[in-house]
Ligand binder design. Structure first.
Ligand SMILES: [Zn+2]
Length: 95
């Protein structure tokens, strides 16, 4: 395996742990296919979103992301802005 791939996997694992290794969606405690979802703008928005750039961006902007299960990530991404705002206000308890 390429060294940068190993580095990325380790970093992703570490970051997931910091987010509790659990879906951050209200009242959800799923651990199914956890993914980082953008909740506010970072430099990465609208640009190439390769996994390498993404995981670095999560590390550099921890408050711009939440960890969501696959189901809630899809749901969140399909929400309209005002709906996202309601959900976003329930995140943000991340220390
Ligand atoms: Zn969930």
């Amino acid at each position: 395996m390429h060294p940068s791939t190993i580095w990325r996997k380790k970093l992703r694992k570490k970051l997931k742990k910091e987010y509790g290794n659990i879906c951050n969606y209200p009242k959800c405690d799923s651990t199914d296919r956890l993914e980082f979802a953008h909740i506010c703008n970072t430099k990465l928005c609208g640009q190439g979103r390769g996994s390498k750039e993404r995981i670095r961006d999560v590390r550099d902007n921890p408050h711009a992301y939440v960890l969501l299960c696959h189901r809630h990530h899809s749901l969140y991404d399909s929400m309209r802005e005002f709906e996202k705002g309601v959900i976003d206000s329930t995140f943000g308890t991340l220390s």
